[in-house]
Design a binder for this molecule. Structure first.
Ligand code: ATP
Length: 849
């Protein structure tokens, strides 16, 4: 069973025992409290430049020892060279930043290596700490790897057939996530899944189906893999994504599945069966060797998310600061995060080994060495053309100096017209979903693990739904560190491959089914990864300027000769000549436009804003207004330029009428040129600002016109409702007034009756009752019959009553009271009043009374 399973050792050689004897950097004597000299700045420090640091300067990065050997050849010696380092780790000497919490150690969750990072012992580990001893700051240019300097022994490490990327499916090119299922061997237990490898399907065997008698559902994915051959898995699920990363696309490969289902085996593998990470690294260097046209800068980092905290697995324990996620949306960056410049397979292996040593694993009820965290190995790949073709055209000086580095941006500079491509390859071993265990700490970890996996499932589900229904529902990336960190990839700009691992035994069917349902949702997520290329705009602009100058010179010469030449040329030749000049002018216009566009793009790039033509509807109205304002300001500047050019033109002294012919020609040429320049500026202004500005305005208007229209409709409806309400209240008021009159008439009538009754008893003559009063009285009698004797007049119209007045109510004209009731009845039938107003009118019975 799982408890008896032994985990294969990681593919990297075990760390030498002597490492554990490394002195604890925490307790090492403090030699200095000064920060490291500027010359020793490291990547971690570079990635968060202060405003004062935002000046062009030489960028340095920490580098592995193996690359240092080569890099040292280039490191300049002399006064600026770093001082010799003492054997005592500087890291240990540096005082802890006040208020910086030390990474909490989970007492029962040991790190794989059993010791803290060996970075504290650089001579043994072969790596330089973030600011530790033995660190050699180098220019990123010195960390470059290309086909010529990539390790000579690479051929022994790589099977040449593995380097052949030209065959096989390029799943990475599709706009869907590549989803593979891997079932691990059962170790002699019963297997309950039927797999059809050629059809890429699997389903649970009939006898294990939940509802007997019905056929279990069949699942279909890009790949369904079995067995222990990690090469097959790599080729099917990862190879094309690694190549995509080398080509400049962000790529993510992650393993998802129940605990002990084989995620770590798939990602890391064993000595005999190296997993995706070691194979990917081989391919990375293989790719470099086969790509003579480019040079590469590789930076490796390794982190884990443990109990919703991010830990840098390469950072020395004494320097470990809480790692944060900064930025929003697709621009999330992880900081501070130690990145090692690696230049060989050996270097990457050492980095991974060191990181693995710091990972948290523990024995659980299911896995002897269960990963208790999500681990992320990241390789930032920057590459640039090696060709010197442009360099020969462009002198180095024109391409501008070093551009200040931006947080999370590339280290390499786009030089001499050579653009820099940047991509990140992320290889993620997720912690496994699991049930509660017998151990309290494991249960706590399990809760965090399950929560973040649940959030991942929700995020994937929402993305799938959005893609399927063309919706744009909110995706809850922020609900866990894992999803927030993956946001840039999951939101579309990365090629993604997911390997879902299954435990094929019958007792794992519920978890396996849940994993398969997750895989199905992932399959529906749409992606659209693009290459990120940073262009050396300075160099490009310079090149365009030079060409414009050359063209203008040629145009001038032609124009100068034109008056004389045209007299000699035939009509046809003149047409050809003017066409040639027109072509030259067009090219000048085109280049000017390119310059203006490049400058706009560059300015926007520096501002961190997008081109004004590309509207981002996530922006608030305020932000849109700001954009509009900026564009207007640009417009004003351009308008001023036009004005000053026009002023200069009008200030041209007119020539006297008797001026010599060649002076007139000269003036004409000059004015033609000025007009041409003005035309170019105006066109550039129109194309680069006028048009985008209009686009912004139109988009804003389109968006707001709809909203305003909606608001107007709602307001009109409310006004109509209010009017109707007023009308009904008016009618009710009138009705009440009439009822009051009726009531008064009735009271008079009752008084009359009482007087008559009194007079009849006393023998006085009877006056005739009025018609309306009689009718009202009759109605009152009728009502009192239905409601009982409460009024005391119930006997007045009763035929059995001994009353002296026997009136036939049918012959009487209906009183006002009757009329109102009829009216109200009619109103109830076909009232123009919407039903929502009826409560306002009230019950007609109540009104009548
Ligand atoms: N395809 C496979 N072939 C051979 N052994 C495997 C395979 N998959 C997994 N194993 C073995 O099963 C055990 C558990 O695998 P592994 O540690 O990779 O699981 P996991 O999914 O990473 O677990 P957890 O989430 O708990 O870390 C290990 O001993 C591993 O060697």
């Amino acid at each position: 069973m799982a408890a008896t399973k032994t985990r294969p050792p990681p593919f990297t050689p075990r760390r030498p025992r002597s490492l554990s004897a490394t002195p604890d950097p925490e307790n090492a004597p403090q030699h200095t409290s000064h920060p490291p000299p500027t010359a020793q700045r490291t990547i971690g420090q570079l990635r968060a430049p202060t405003p004062q640091q935002q000046v062009p300067r030489k960028i340095t990065a920490s580098v592995s020892v193996e690359s240092r050997t080569r890099a040292n050849l280039k490191v300049k010696t002399g006064p600026a060279a770093p001082p010799p380092r003492s054997k005592t780790p500087v890291a240990a000497a540096r005082p802890r930043t006040p208020g910086t919490p030390k990474r909490s150690e989970t007492p029962h969750t040991p790190r794989r290596g059993g010791t803290d990072s060996p970075a504290a012992s650089p001579t043994k580990s072969g790596f330089i700490g973030l600011s530790g001893p033995g660190e050699t700051p180098i220019d990123p240019e010195d960390g470059l790897v290309d086909c010529e300097n990539v390790e000579v022994d690479l051929s022994q490490e790589i099977d040449p057939r593995d380097l052949d990327f030209s065959h096989g499916p390029d799943h990475g090119a599709e706009d869907k996530v590549l989803v593979s299922i891997r079932l691990r061997p059962t170790n002699g237990e019963v297997e309950c899944w039927d797999v059809n490898r050629s059809q890429h399907t699997l389903k649970v065997q009939e006898q294990y189906a939940r509802a007997s008698g019905t056929s279990p559902p069949e699942f279909c994915f890009d790949e369904v893999l079995t067995g222990s051959d990690n090469k097959v898995v790599y080729n099917a699920a990862a190879k094309s994504h690694v190549r995509a990363a080398m080509d400049g696309f962000n790529s993510v490969i992650f393993a998802y599945g129940q605990t002990a289902s084989g995620k770590t085996f798939t990602l890391s593998g064993s000595d005999d069966e190296p997993g995706i990470i070691p194979r990917a690294m081989k391919d990375v260097f293989g790719y470099i060797r086969r790509t003579p046209s480019r040079e590469f800068l590789l930076r490796a980092s390794y982190l884990e998310i443990y109990n919703e905290q991010i830990h840098d697995l390469l950072s020395t324990a004494s320097l470990a600061q809480p790692v944060q996620l900064q930025g929003a949306g697709p621009n999330v960056i992880i900081t501070p995060l130690r990145e090692e410049v690696v230049t060989s397979l050996k270097g990457v292996r050492e980095v991974i080994e060191r990181g693995n040593g710091n990972r948290r694993t523990a024995t659980t009820d299911w896995n002897e060495r269960s990963s208790r965290s999500h681990s992320v190995f990241r390789l930032v790949i920057e590459s640039r053309e090696r060709t010197t073709a442009i360099e020969t055209v462009m002198p180095t000086s024109v391409s501008g100096g070093n551009v200040p580095q931006t947080l999370g941006g590339p280290l390499l500079q786009a030089k001499n017209g050579r653009s820099v491509r940047t991509s990140v390859l992320s290889l993620i071993d997720l912690a496994g979903s699991e049930k509660a265990t017998s151990d309290k700490d494991r249960t706590r970890e399990g809760r965090y693990i399950n929560t973040s996996l649940l959030t991942l499932g929700t995020v994937i589900g929402t993305l799938a739904e959005n893609a399927a229904k063309g919706k744009n529902d909110h995706v809850p990336y922020r609900n866990s560190k894992l999803t927030r960190m993956l946001q840039p990839c999951l939101s579309g700009n990365a090629r993604i491959s997911v390997v879902c691992t299954l435990n094929p035994t019958p007792n794992a069917i519920p978890e396996s089914t849940s994993t398969l349902l997750f895989a199905q949702r992932v399959k529906k997520v749409a992606i659209n990864a693009t290459k990120k290329e940073i262009v050396d705009t300075d160099a490009l602009i310079e090149r365009y300027r030079k060409e414009i100058e050359d063209l203008k010179r040629r145009l001038d010469e032609r124009e100068k000769d034109a008056p004389v030449k045209n007299r000699r040329l035939s009509a046809r030749e003149q047409v050809d000549e003017s066409r040639a000049m027109h072509d030259l002018q067009s090219r000048i216009k085109q280049l000017t436009k390119l310059i203006l566009t490049s400058q706009t793009v560059d300015e926007n790039k520096n501002d961190g804003e997008e081109s004004p033509t590309k509207l981002n509807f996530d922006l608030s109205t305020y932000e849109l207004q700001q954009e509009l304002l900026l564009a207007r300001r640009e417009l004003d500047i351009q308008a001023n330029q036009i004005l000053s050019l026009e002023a200069a033109l009008s200030a041209c002294p007119p020539l006297p009428a008797d001026a010599p012919e060649d002076e007139k020609d000269k003036l004409i040429i000059e004015q033609t040129r000025t007009i041409r320049e003005l035309e170019i500026v105006v066109r550039g202004y129109e194309d680069n600002l006028g048009e985008p500005l209009r686009a912004v305005r139109e988009d804003v208007e389109r968006e707001w016109i709809g909203k305003v229209e909606e608001e107007r409709k709602v307001r009109e409806e409310k006004e109509a409702w209010a009017q109707e309400l007023i009308r009904q209240l008016e009618r009710e008021k009138q009705l009440r007034q009439k009822l009051e009159d009726e009531k008064r008439a009735l009271q008079i009538f009752v008084t009359d009756i009482e007087q008559i009754s009194f007079r009849s008893r006393t023998g006085t003559q009877l006056p005739r009752p009025s018609m309306s009063g009689a009718t009202a009285f009759a109605e009152m009698r009728r009502r009192s019959n239905t409601v009982g004797n409460a009024t005391g007049l119930s006997d007045a119209t009763n035929t059995n009553s001994p009353s002296p007045f026997k009136m036939d109510g049918s012959k009487l004209k209906p009183s006002l009271l009757d009329q109102r009731l009829e009216e109200i009845d009619e109103a109830g039938e076909s009232s123009p009043v919407p039903s929502r107003f009826l409560p306002v009118l009230g019950d007609k019975e109540n009104l009548a009374l």
